[in-house]
Design a protein around this ligand. Structure first.
Ligand SMILES: *[C@@H]1O[C@H](CO)[C@@H](O)[C@H](O)[C@H]1NC(C)=O
Ligand SMILES: *[C@@H]1O[C@H](CO)[C@@H](O)[C@H](O)[C@H]1NC(C)=O
Length: 499
């Protein structure tokens, strides 16, 4: 009898645990670091900190920082942009530290502070791209405290190096923007950012070089009215109006442009457009047919976030299935070519953001958002989790695995390079055409340029190639702890070689 029970519990444990994704951090409720206990007590007493109101929604890893964003949907959120120092002694439920500071996160200080931030993205030039949507509260109780403003930080100095307020024409009355994708060219100046307007059904492009934005509209940005019914974690609800949401740029193609993949949240269909169109303001009109239908992921594949790696494999959060899915863009997008890379009916409830870092680790955050919004979280249990796994481990054994990585030898790229003498071909390879085998997970501070002086047009990518050279041992540097061991490990495995 005892033996039988034991086996039963064992099976349950296996059935409700991620296999490939390793749980790194988890929280019942979030908390913040304050400079001292007095200030923290004061924040608790005045309601500046109400821990139960905080829901983490976005992540990004840059070197020794894991950024975590928390929208100001309710009062008591001391900072909307935060990080966890990855080189600190391991704490399974770390308190958040505001980035760049408490002051830089002041609600309603439009010029200097961030009010509400959703997804964030770091680039190869060590800049962090952050859209402050400027809102306080949540539908239907939302106030636009500040205008939509893009804020870009130099991650070496933690200084904001640009603030760009969206033009009134970029926004409509129903605008809601959560997602950002970057389109990195050959120089730091040649960077575009794209923002999906979920409820205004638009796509906004921003050019770093021109410091200018423009807005595309398209019927492919609309929700599919047939799939507005959601069932997540035992809750049934209807999100029928949710349009273009998850967006991600693929690797650079032979023509020197990337493909921006996108899907409405209320849809199972994937669409795409070349960045050749998006980068060109004049294409705002007359480009209807440049937007393409890629295919269908199949039933129950509402997705909140997606990311594509340099080999053209896309990972996406699957909120109906408590899972992360994959698709290799070398194959037709149809249900047979979509696989789950991991699934967990407890831990992965509402996978909310997926990112790939420079070391080809995949980071996933799950946050039970649907329960938070449509019902109530139980703070007696774990609600928020951050997972990590090497990219190639995740796709191993699935239809998405790239045996022969897609290596492109773009002709146009070389033309670009000759116009940009600072940029030679080893660098080119390091951007997007590196086969997965030659990525090394380690990027030591020594091998990347440390100062990013003032973003002049002379700036080129840091010399990442030296850290990517050229060990054909993709799996060796990755070390997986057993699930118990990482709690006592002072040097977490994902940093062991890195810093
Ligand atoms: C809207 O905000 C007001 C003021 O903060 C609050 O009293 C009210 O309960 C909120 N309503 C909803 C539906 O959240
Ligand atoms: C970019 O545009 C914004 C307007 O939103 C302006 O305030 C800022 O000074 C500009 N920055 C640069 C570097 O031109």
């Amino acid at each position: 009898m005892v033996g039988k029970l034991f086996i039963l519990f064992g099976l349950i444990a296996v059935a409700s645990a991620t296999v490939k994704l390793q749980e790194m951090f988890s929280w019942n409720v979030l908390d913040w670091n304050y400079p001292d206990q007095y200030l923290k007590q004061q924040a608790l007493q005045t309601g500046a900190l109400i821990r139960e109101n905080a829901l983490p929604v976005g992540i990004e890893r840059w070197r020794n920082k894991l950024f975590v964003s928390v929208p100001r949907w309710q009062p008591g959120i001391p900072a909307t942009l935060n990080y966890i120092p990855l080189d600190a002694p391991y704490d399974p439920s770390p308190k958040l530290t505001p980035y760049p500071s408490f002051k830089g996160n002041e609600l309603g200080d439009c010029e200097n502070g961030l009010t509400t931030v959703y997804r964030i993205k770091a680039d190869k030039c060590d800049r962090l791209w952050v859209l402050d949507v400027g809102t306080y509260g949540y539908d239907p109780n939302v106030t636009n405290v500040c205008p939509y403003a893009l804020n870009v930080y130099d991650l070496h100095t933690d200084q904001r190096i640009r603030r760009y307020v969206f033009r009134p024409e970029d926004i409509v009355s129903s605008t809601f923007i959560a997602n950002i994708a970057l389109d990195e060219g050959l120089t730091c100046d040649d960077t575009f950012a794209y923002f999906s307007d979920e409820l205004g059904y638009g796509l906004i492009a921003y050019s770093w070089e021109q410091n200018k934005s423009w807005r595309f509209s398209h019927s492919y940005f609309m929700p599919d009215p047939l799939v507005g019914d959601f069932n997540i974690a035992g809750l049934n609800f209807q999100w029928g109006a949710e349009g273009i949401f998850g967006i991600s740029a693929g690797p650079m193609g032979a023509d020197g442009y990337r493909t921006l993949y996108f899907s409405p949240l209320t849809s199972f269909t994937e669409f795409a457009v070349s960045t050749r169109i998006l980068r060109d303001e004049s294409k705002v009109k007359g480009s209807y047919r440049d937007f393409k239908v890629v295919g269908s992921r199949g039933r129950d594949t509402h997705t909140t976030a997606k990311v594509m790696d340099s080999t053209g494999v896309q990972l996406f959060a699957l909120i109906d299935q408590n899972a992360v899915g994959c698709w290799n863009s070398a194959l037709t997008l149809k249900p047979q070519n979509v696989a789950l890379v991991d699934k967990d009916d407890v831990g992965l409830i509402f996978p909310c953001d997926v990112k790939i870092d420079d070391s080809r680790n995949v980071w996933v955050i799950s946050d039970r958002m649907s329960t938070f919004l449509e019902s109530e979280l139980n703070y007696g249990e774990i609600n928020f989790r951050i997972y990590v796994a090497p990219f190639d481990k995740l796709t191993e054994g699935t239809v998405c695995e790239t045996n022969a990585p897609v290596v492109q030898t773009p002709k146009l790229l070389l033309n670009y390079a000759s116009q940009t003498p600072l940029y030679n071909s080893p660098h080119l390879e390091s951007i997007s055409q590196i086969p997965s085998e030659i990525f090394l997970p380690a990027t030591s501070p020594k091998t990347s340029t440390t100062s990013f002086n003032s973003f002049s047009s002379k700036n080129i990518y840091p010399k990442v190639s030296s850290s990517l050279r050229f060990s054909k041992q993709p799996s060796q540097p990755y070390y997986f702890p057993s699930s118990q061991s990482h709690t006592s490990n002072k040097n977490p495995w994902w940093l062991q070689n890195n810093y």
